[in-house]
Write a protein that binds this ligand. Structure first.
Ligand SMILES: [Zn+2]
Ligand SMILES: [Zn+2]
Length: 233
């Protein structure tokens, strides 16, 4: 906190709970300054779109080994980007926004938040709640500085991953685990593009488009590899 003590008295001028700047006279009585409120409002508004971009197969694939990059393993596994999974999963963006909503509701004496469904369903609703009540929080909620800091961190974590994601290119993500009509595994090498949610096997025409299907693909690959290892042993 900025030390504004003078020889005349020890009174220190109130400062913003987030950035520490001394509050303007027009901001008297607030806990967070207007610029911090404005920046936070902009971050909250961007979070749903950032979440949608992260909640895609392509975002999870980014950074997988590129074809021909060498390396020892014959079958590169799909590398789940754990930091992306962590943000789009149940403990990620949705849970962090929900924790802020809960503390605001408790402070306002409101009922607890309603169940809002999966993270993908709830993030836009959580962001709307925070946007609608941000002015109150900056004005009346003593702990708002901590929430502003949390929102800034969350926004920058999402932004960094989404920007990383935008680089184009194909990545190799292991082989097609689909069982063909002749009861043999297709095992055609699969690639994913960073700018598309869709994985398509050029040999057997199998498609995986959603996060759930992507998880099934990975489970299928692991099953085939485990069976192959069992046969070889
Ligand atoms: Zn501030
Ligand atoms: Zn296939």
């Amino acid at each position: 906190m900025y030390d504004h003590s003078t020889p005349l008295d020890e009174y220190s001028w109130p400062s913003c709970a987030s950035c520490g700047r001394e509050l303007w006279t027009a901001e008297a009585g607030r806990f967070a300054c207007r610029p911090c409120e404005d920046k936070t409002a902009a971050r909250i508004a961007e979070l749903p779109a950032l979440f949608r971009q992260l909640d895609t197969t392509a975002a999870l694939m980014r950074g997988a080994r590129r074809p021909g990059a060498g390396g020892g393993s014959k079958t590169p596994p799909i590398p789940p980007r754990l930091e992306v999974l962590a943000l789009v999963g149940p403990g990620g963006v949705a849970a962090r926004l929900s924790a802020i909503e809960d503390s605001w509701r408790a402070m306002l004496g409101w009922t607890v938040a309603p169940w809002r469904g999966s993270p993908a369903q709830s993030v836009p609703l959580l962001a709307a709640f925070l946007a609608n009540n941000l002015l109150w929080a900056c004005g009346s909620y003593e702990e708002v500085g901590q929430d502003i800091d949390d929102l800034r961190r969350l926004h920058s974590e999402c932004t960094a991953l989404v920007l990383d994601e935008r680089r184009p290119g194909r990545v190799q993500i292991g082989n097609c685990p689909t069982l063909r009509a002749d009861n043999r595994v297709c095992w055609t090498p699969l690639t994913a593009r960073a700018d598309s949610h869709r994985i398509h096997c050029p040999a057997c025409d199998s498609r995986w488009e959603t996060l759930g299907e992507w998880r099934e693909l990975r489970a299928g690959q692991e099953r085939v590899l485990a069976e192959a290892a069992g046969v070889a042993a």
